[in-house]
Design a protein around this ligand. Structure first.
Ligand SMILES: Cc1ncc(C[n+]2csc(CCOP(=O)(O)OP(=O)(O)O)c2C)c(N)n1
Ligand SMILES: [Mg+2]
Length: 301
């Protein structure tokens, strides 16, 4: 297997905090993308951060007070209220004159694409000064791998069981968020840790609603070996299934250009959850990936 640690060297050591705001010994599965993503995000954001988490794997992974892995305030809120909770904390901090504190909602794909979308849309429409992060493991993992609006077509879940895999493609959350005219929207992946760090560092100085969508592999849900979670995530970007880019005030930048010829077929073949995917669905997913990539590259000035 290829080594995956080399990209860590790209992180500018002079500015990166050595402070660990996400402690080891968390309750995640081995190879969990969500926990790694949060660790990197907090390195970029620093100590002046409040994290607001709805019901999802992360509410369990963090552990209960006083044993929580988080070294910053960690507020647990109901499933559909991540954005509303973050907006409320923002308002309270502003009243106290603590405008420099970043309020970050950290929600799963079910909490974002589906049940929390209304609160998220409201916050984005008001351009509330919050950072909203969706760590996307492409199903409701915490309750046993149910299909969400982020699950890709052709994937097995416990609610699209056996050969009755999901038929509908993944919801286009980036377009939904951009339609609100927010100042910052980005995608990221745990396969590119330096990029996560850089993006979270950058958002500290952006006012208004920021949205970051992070692809977060889930070994039990994707039916992959925990040692392969970074490799499979990188394949998603190399195959253009999950491009890494950012949009700042309408300006598009692609942060990772695929270096290798990886097809959608290669990507799905690497995961047990796509065991029953048909050639037609793979071909449609390839066409969709190619079309979206063309659209994206066309947006870059
Ligand atoms: C209103 C409500 N409905 C259902 C649940 C049960 N529930 C808790 S976590 C969860 C799954 C969350 O999925 P996602 O947001 O994708 O995060 P993940 O678990 O995958 O990390 C569900 C259905 C709940 N807590 N509240
Ligand atoms: Mg999920």
């Amino acid at each position: 297997m290829e080594r995956t640690t080399q990209r860590m060297i790209e992180i500018p050591r002079d500015v990166m905090t050595d402070e660990e705001l996400w402690q080891p010994g968390v309750l995640s599965c081995q190879g969990c993308g969500a926990s790694l993503a949060l660790k990197l995000a907090l390195k970029g954001l620093g100590r002046r951060t409040v994290v607001v988490v709805p019901a999802c794997c992360m509410s369990i992974i963090a552990g209960p007070y006083p044993y929580s892995a988080s070294q910053v305030p960690f507020l647990h809120v109901p499933f559909e209220t991540a954005a509303a909770g973050a907006s409320g904390v923002r308002a309270a901090l502003d009243i106290r004159g603590e405008e420099d504190v970043v309020v970050m909602a950290w929600a799963g794909d079910g909490g974002t694409f589906d049940i929390g979308l209304q609160a998220l849309s409201g916050a984005a429409e008001r351009n509330d000064d919050i950072l909203y992060v969706c760590y996307d493991n492409e199903a409701y993992m915490n309750t046993g791998i149910q299909r969400s609006g982020a699950t890709p077509a052709g994937a097995w879940t416990t609610t699209t069981p056996g050969e009755a895999v999901k038929e509908e493609p993944k919801k286009d959350i980036e377009k939904i968020m951009l339609s609100h005219g927010i100042p910052y929207m980005a995608t990221a992946s745990v396969a590119y840790p330096a990029d996560i760090y850089t993006k979270f560092r950058k958002i500290r100085s952006i006012k208004g609603t920021k949205f970051i969508h992070i692809l977060s592999p889930c070994p039990p849900g994707w039916q992959i070996d925990s040692a392969d979670s970074i490799r499979v995530s990188r394949m998603a970007t190399q195959a253009k299934v999950f491009p890494i880019y950012e949009v700042e005030d309408g300006r598009y930048t692609i942060n990772v250009y695929p270096e290798r010829e990886v097809t959608v077929k290669d990507y799905v073949k690497a995961q047990g959850r796509f065991r029953y995917i048909t050639d037609d669905v793979v071909n449609a997913a390839q066409e969709l990936a190619d079309r979206k990539w063309e659209e994206l590259t066309g947006m870059v000035e």
